[in-house]
Write a protein that binds this ligand. Structure first.
Ligand code: PLP
Length: 411
């Protein structure tokens, strides 16, 4: 296994000592939302107990302290993704809000009838529906790249789709169902060659894969704090400063303005232009603490651990009859396994596993087009993080065999 010490790290997560239905909890639903270490909760409590006030508003000490903590969190997020400057990190509630911001601001300003937005068949609805909404309003068209038989993004099809009409290419860095890490740099180079911008949905990758927005040649990168040990309600949008500066506001209100008159207003510089109203201050600070925590473990180590977990689990799962697995194998595979027990509804599988204390997700995973491409209605999904162990995988596989055999008796 990898260098990192899951058993030691688990001590930072009180929830992982819980029992569910009398059995030790195995939390394999990290792709939906990870758990939080004490360090993150304590950073937020410390803020609330000692420093809370509104940010960017007051001359009094607490407001200055709160502002400094909030801006420090922005600098941490910038460092985490190797952004050249913190000013182009905008705090949002989550990835969904970040992509809606891009669509409503950049998209509304730049898209014309007939322009094309290129996504892929494996996208999460958060990276599909905002593009539908803006396409309806601008006359742009959404097109999607298919997958190869191994269920990787089909780069030849991407070449065929890209043209002078392509204005936005929006692809997930890592699929929330297939676990595959897409070759973003290669895709970004292709997008740029036809004059399109590259939007990267980093909701799954940011928690698990070392991210360098400059090396990826991304124009936009989005993430959700709650999937990377941070609180709910804190996410981020990063965009190249020169692009962000040209973008109109998405939401209007306090703090995003320069001057307001009765009949018109002018807007603040970045990033404030995109943070109307009182932000989620404690949550942003919690996200900053999560970044510190993850960096303390090491993102390369986290990704290596996820990959070791997935390899180990696949070794045990592949020989099993009656279990269907989805997603490619290889160095580009992160710690997610979507699977089905043939003939059994994934909700029944997830409920049976819950009876064994094992939390997995079941459903379409907000990826209905992908479910159609895979020819299924839904799947179950196990997703790992640095606090999961091989022993947990052993128990999971044992419980899955029991579940399969139990339902087979009724078939
Ligand atoms: N994109 C991907 C690939 C995801 O997996 C998710 C959530 O599961 C999202 C976007 C949306 O994230 P959020 O609900 O935090 O906005």
């Amino acid at each position: 296994m990898s260098q990192l010490e899951p058993v030691k790290l688990r001590q930072d997560f009180p929830i992982l000592s819980r029992k569910i239905h009398g059995k030790p909890l195995i939390y394999f639903d990290n792709a939906a939302s990870s758990q939080r270490p004490k360090q993150v909760v304590e950073a937020m409590s410390n803020y609330y107990y000692q420093h809370h006030a509104n940010v960017h508003r007051g001359a009094h000490t607490l407001s200055v302290e709160a502002t400094e903590m909030y801006e420090e969190a922005r600098r941490k997020v910038a460092r985490f993704i190797n952004a050249p400057a913190a000013e182009s990190v905008v705090f949002t509630r989550n990835t969904t809000e970040a992509i809606n911001l891009i669509a409503n601001s950049y998209g509304r300003k730049n898209l014309r009838p007939g322009d094309e937005i290129i996504i892929c068949h494996a996208e999460h609805h958060a990276n599909i529906v905002p593009w539908h909404l803006i396409a309806e309003q601008t006359g742009a068209v959404v097109k999607a790249v298919g997958l190869t038989s191994e269920r990787r993004l089909d780069m030849e099809q991407l070449d065929d789709l890209l043209s002078k009409r392509s204005k936005i290419v929006a692809i997930a860095h890592m699929s929330n169902v297939l676990g595959v890490v897409h070759p973003i740099r290669e895709i970004a180079d292709k997008a740029h060659a036809v004059g399109a911008v590259m939007v990267v949905d980093g909701a799954q990758a940011a928690p698990h894969v070392p991210v360098d927005v400059q090396a990826l040649a991304a124009d936009f990168y989005t993430l959700s704090g709650h999937k990377m040990c941070g609180p709910t309600g804190a996410g981020a949008l990063w965009a190249k400063a020169e692009i962000l500066r040209e973008m109109p506001p998405f939401l209007g209100g306090g703090e995003m303005i320069r001057k307001v008159y009765i009949d018109h207003s002018s807007y603040a510089d970045i990033p404030m232009r995109f943070e109307a109203g009182t932000p989620n201050i404690a949550e942003a600070i919690g996200l900053g603490a999560a970044v510190d925590y993850l960096e303390g473990i090491g993102m390369p180590e986290i990704f290596a651990h996820d990959q070791a977990m997935v390899r180990y689990a696949l070794e045990l799962l592949k020989p099993l009859e009656g279990i269907e697995l989805y997603g490619p194998e290889g160095a580009d595979r992160g710690g997610i396994i979507a699977f089905n027990v043939l003939g059994t509804h994934p909700h029944d599988v997830a409920t049976a596993l819950d009876g064994e204390g094992i939390a997995v997700r079941a459903g379409h995973h907000c990826a209905q087009p992908l479910m159609r491409a895979l020819g299924v209605q839904s799947t179950a999904r196990a997703s790992f993080y640095f606090y999961n162990t091989e022993e947990e995988v052993d128990r999971f596989v044992g419980a899955l065999i029991k579940t399969r055999d139990f339902f087979a008796a009724f078939a």
